[in-house]
Design a protein around this ligand. Sequence first.
Ligand SMILES: CC(C)(COP(=O)(O)OP(=O)(O)OC[C@H]1O[C@@H](n2cnc3c(N)ncnc32)[C@H](O)[C@@H]1OP(=O)(O)O)[C@@H](O)C(=O)NCCC(=O)NCCS
Length: 211
Amino acid sequence: MSSRLRSALSLSGVPGLSCRRDPVHRVRSARLDISVARVGDLTELASLEDDETRHRNGCTLADELAALDGIDPALPVWTREYAMFVARERVTGGPAVIVTLAVTADRRMWVGGWVVADHRRRGYAREALDVVCAIVHRHLGVAELHAGRETDNVASGRWLASCGFVQADGPSTHVLPDGRSVESDWWRHTDERARRRCVSLYAPGLTILFG
Ligand SMILES: CC(C)(COP(=O)(O)OP(=O)(O)OC[C@H]1O[C@@H](n2cnc3c(N)ncnc32)[C@H](O)[C@@H]1OP(=O)(O)O)[C@@H](O)C(=O)NCCC(=O)NCCS
């Protein structure tokens, strides 16, 4: 069966994706088990961040953990403005890839991510982002997904290009959360057949209009 037909026949829009009311979306790819992270996962993920990831992101998960103190660890990281997916190796169960979605005030959705250092260059980043792009377009119904990178981050550019992102216009510099100003370039991934199928009221990018 072609992937186009499989997608059309899948209620969730992404073959194999489970969309339950408690928002822990889960789907398996060839080597990864990809699901929405829970608050309780963040301590483990923070302990796996390496210097390159901290440097490129200009922030650390460890800093954000302090602000989450007292929040139910079972809570999924899944709001209208932000979501985090963790992709675990199916063989070992260990975390390999973290992919985040963030929605800015102009309602644009941005993707970012990193791979646990000793899992890099095995195609895991590509495998996870392919799935997340499908979720964004075919399940959340967002037609355009944006990404930015520090221009000298060759691995990041290759990663985005390998998943079908194309370069887009944008400012030539960008200030990271830690205040470091970097040379930047911008990317986007579009899908004209994007369609919302998610039932979660907290789905990233969802705008609810009252009145
Ligand atoms: C960027 C990153 C996510 C790539 O992860 P990865 O698992 O190594 O990537 P993959 O193995 O899936 O490879 C994806 C593509 O990138 C290429 N690539 C990965 N690392 C590379 C490197 N260091 N140099 C050149 N190309 C690289 C691969 O060859 C592949 O391209 P191809 O399909 O054309 O052959 C990873 O290096 C990382 O976590 N870096 C630190 C954090 C970061 O920079 N995040 C991005 C912020 S925008």
